[in-house]
Design a protein around this ligand. Structure first.
Ligand SMILES: Cc1cc2nc3c(=O)[nH]c(=O)nc-3n(C[C@H](O)[C@H](O)[C@H](O)COP(=O)(O)OP(=O)(O)OC[C@H]3O[C@@H](n4cnc5c(N)ncnc54)[C@H](O)[C@@H]3O)c2cc1C
Length: 415
C-alpha cells in the first residue's frame, strides 16, 4: 500500500507505520521509537508530517467529544475531525468561533499548522485551544493549559512539542449564518477599500482566477440577524444562483448560499463534508501578511498575474485576527491571507511560486506551514519573531530531536 497525503503529492516512506488504538500504546510506541511524526488527516501539501522513522496515525484512538456546557469548552481526542466536533457542540448550544474551508481535517493537525478561516475579527483555529495533552519523547503524558509556560509555543508546533492526544477547545454560544455571494467585484475596488469590504461580514472571502480586472466571487458569511445586504456592492452583483469556489465545479459540493439561514457549522466551511472538498487534483500555497499591506500586496501580485495565472485554478483572499501563538502565521498582527489553488503540476507551479514570492518580497509574508512554498530558510526564519523562543522550547521538551523531520529541520534549528 502506498501511503500519501490527501493531494497525493507527498508519498510517505516511513520505516514503520502504526495505527494506535489506545493512548498507552502511543506512549509505548513513542518511547521506543528513534524518530516519530503523527499523520493527521493528511490534508497538508507540504511534507510537514513525513518521517523516515515511525509514522503514527491516531485516527483509531477512541473518538470522544466531551462538551462541558457550563465551562463552554469541549475536550476532543486526537482522532477527531471538525466534522465530528461541530455537530456535537451545536447540539449542546455551542459553536466554535470559526472553521476552515472544509470540515474534513483533524483538529490536532489543523492546530499544528495554524489553519484558519476568514473574518477580520476571527483568530486562527488554534487560538481556540485552551488545553493540550501531549506525549513527550520518553512516552510521558503531560497537560498544558492556556497561560502555562510554553503553552503559546505548543499549539501551533507542527508536531515538534510532542504527540497530541487530546485538545480542549473553547466555545461560544451557537449562532446562525447566512451566505451571500456576489459576482464580479472589481479588483480595483478591493484594493482601494480592502478593510471595509473584507470587514463587512462575520467571514468574507474573495475568489479570483486572476484573469481579468474583476474578482470572480465575493463570498460573505454574515450573522443571520444582520440586515439583508444590498443587491449591488462596490460594483459587484448578488449571484443569481449557488456558486462553487472553483468555477465549473458542482455547486452541490458547496455549503448552502442565497441567504438561507443555517447553523454556523453548515455555513462557515465552504465545502460540505459528504463531498470531496475543493477539487482534489491540486496543490495549494498561502502567504499571510499584515492587513495594512493588503492593497499594495494585491496590486503587486496583479502586476505579475500573467506569470502565475496559467498554473492557477483559483485564488482566495481572506482576513484573520492576530494571535499570540509563536509559530502561527498570524502571530501578533491582523492578517490578510493570499491563497492559491494550483493545478497539480510542479513544473507549472514552481515558476508561479517564484513570480509570486518575488512580487511579495517587501510585504513580510509568512508561508502557511501546511502548503507548498519556495521562500528560503533565512527569509522564513526572519518572518517569525518568536522562532527563537520556539526552538528553545523544543530543545527543552525534546532534547534528542525525536519529533523533528527533514521539513521542520529545513526551517528550524533543531537537535
Ligand atoms: C482541500 C483543502 C482545503 C484546505 N483549506 C484550508 C483552510 O481553509 N485554511 C487553512 O489554513 N488551511 C487549509 N488547508 C490546509 C490544512 O488545513 C492543513 O494542512 C492542516 O494541517 C490539515 O490538518 P491534517 O489533520 O490533515 O494535518 P496533517 O497534514 O496530517 O498534519 C499536519 C501537521 O500536524 C501534525 N499533527 C497532526 N496530528 C498531530 C498530533 N495528534 N500530534 C502532533 N502533531 C500532529 C503533523 O505531524 C504535521 O506536522 C486545506 C487543505 C486542503 C487539502
Amino acid at each position: 500500500m502506498t501511503l500519501t497525503n490527501w493531494a497525493g503529492n507527498v508519498v510517505f516512506t516511513p520505516e514503520r507505520y502504526e495505527r494506535a488504538t489506545k493512548v498507552e500504546q502511543v506512549q509505548d510506541l513513542v518511547a521506543a521509537a528513534r524518530g516519530v511524526r503523527v499523520l493527521g488527516s493528511g490534508h497538508s501539501f507540504s511534507p510537514v508530517a513525513a518521517t523516515d522513522g515511525l509514522l503514527l496515525s491516531l485516527e483509531d484512538l477512541p473518538l470522544s467529544v466531551d462538551v462541558d456546557t457550563a465551562a463552554a469548552t469541549a475536550r476532543v481526542t486526537a482522532s477527531a475531525r471538525f466534522a465530528h466536533v461541530m455537530p456535537a457542540l451545536h447540539a449542546a448550544g455551542l459553536a466554535l468561533h470559526n472553521t476552515g474551508s472544509l470540515p474534513h481535517i483533524s483538529v490536532a493537525g489543523a492546530s499544528a499548522t495554524g489553519t484558519h478561516g476568514s473574518g477580520t475579527g476571527n483568530q486562527c483555529l488554534a487560538a481556540g485551544v485552551v488545553g493540550i495533552e501531549l506525549i513527550g519523547p520518553d512516552g510521558e503524558l503531560r497537560t498544558l493549559a492556556a497561560g502555562d509556560a510554553g503553552f503559546d509555543g505548543s499549539v501551533v508546533a507542527m508536531g515538534l512539542a510532542g504527540v497530541v492526544t487530546a485538545l480542549t477547545l473553547k466555545a461560544r454560544p451557537t449562532f446562525e449564518v447566512r451566505q451571500f455571494v456576489y459576482d464580479d467585484l472589481p479588483l480595483a475596488a478591493l484594493i482601494a477599500d480592502f478593510e471595509e469590504i473584507m470587514g463587512s461580514a462575520y467571514s468574507v472571502s474573495a475568489f479570483t482566477r486572476w484573469q481579468g480586472p474583476v474578482m470572480d466571487l465575493l463570498w460573505r458569511k454574515q450573522l443571520a440577524d444582520d440586515p439583508e445586504p444590498p443587491a449591488g456592492y462596490f460594483g459587484a452583483r448578488r449571484s443569481d444562483g449557488p456558486r462553487h469556489p472553483i468555477v465549473g465545479m458542482p455547486t452541490e459540493n458547496a455549503t448552502q448560499q442565497l441567504g438561507v439561514p443555517g447553523p454556523w457549522h453548515e455555513r462557515l466551511p465552504h465545502f460540505r463534508f459528504e463531498f470531496t472538498p475543493s477539487r482534489g487534483d491540486e496543490l495549494q500555497t498561502e502567504y499571510l501578511l499584515p492587513i495594512e499591506q493588503a492593497g499594495a500586496a494585491l496590486a503587486a501580485v496583479d502586476a505579475v498575474h500573467e506569470q502565475f495565472a496559467p498554473a492557477l485554478q483559483i485564488a482566495e483572499i481572506r482576513t484573520i485576527a492576530g494571535d499570540d501563538l509563536w509559530l502561527s502565521p498570524c502571530y501578533g498582527r491582523t492578517t490578510v491571507a493570499l491563497h492559491f489553488t494550483w493545478v497539480d503540476d510542479l513544473t507549472k507551479v514552481t515558476p508561479a511560486l517564484a513570480a509570486l514570492e518575488g512580487a511579495l518580497e517587501g510585504f513580510d509574508a509568512r508561508p502557511h506551514w501546511g502548503k507548498v512554498f519556495g521562500i528560503p530558510r533565512d527569509v522564513v526564519r526572519s518572518r517569525y519573531p518568536r522562532l527563537g523562543d520556539f526552538e528553545k522550547l523544543v530543545r527543552q521538551v525534546d532534547p534528542e530531536g525525536k519529533f523533528a523531520n527533514a521539513f521542520t529541520r529545513s526551517y528550524l534549528d533543531l537537535p
